[in-house]
Design a protein around this ligand. Sequence first.
Ligand SMILES: [Zn+2]
Length: 265
Amino acid sequence: MLQITRFDDVTQLRFTTWKSRLSGMRVSAFVVRGVLVDNGFPAAAPDLERWLDAHPITGAAITHYHEDHSGGVAVLARRGIPTWMPEATRAKLANPAPILFYRRFSWGTPVAVASVNSFVLPAGLETIPTPGHSADHHVLWDADTRTVFGGDLFVGVKVRIAHATEDARATASSLRRIIALQPRRFFDAHRGLLEDPLRLLTAKADWIEATVARMERLIVDGLDDATIARLVLGVDRIGRWYTSGDYTMENWVAGVRRGVSSARV
Ligand SMILES: [Zn+2]
């Protein structure tokens, strides 16, 4: 199902299927200045295809390689729609890593896409590296309207479970980089348009920095990841069970531990 909402110059395409709704999952792509930012998940590709039949676009951009943001890339490639993405994203999409069952169930299975025409973004739109959630993560910035298309940079203020590849310190730096731009609007891929983005982005950066600092002290004290996760973040039984251990609080701590120099431990 595709739900369309307009915000002046921006169109939100909100993709769900019955399977994603059953899992409480949905994701949005956005159109600005004729550019499609992200493109939904693999199982939503028929909805994307029907929308593209009626709405020509000049090009596309992808915030990061995760299958709920890049699942329509095969459709874009087949239609010859030029698409901006960093080399790291291109490499991931050409050779997608296997994903666990819960992600295949909610989103569908990504197909390898070897070749996509490259795209130069129109004047006024720029991409900004915002690693942390994933190493290849970028946001799109429209300086004229002070608007951020944020991919998964935000998602929520206190996200207490993490994937093994996440880097909380990098996320905090990326948030500070975007806060410094003083955005007026922020479109989040899962939450849609954020009310009061500066307050929310700042609250998230503050919380991550305070959480990293607490964890660093406990790491130096010699505590293990499971103990630190329980003390600082709480209990993650449901998230851990639902994602088969893909997203956990211990991953959050392990990401912080990677950044603590051995000299300090
Ligand atoms: Zn993501």
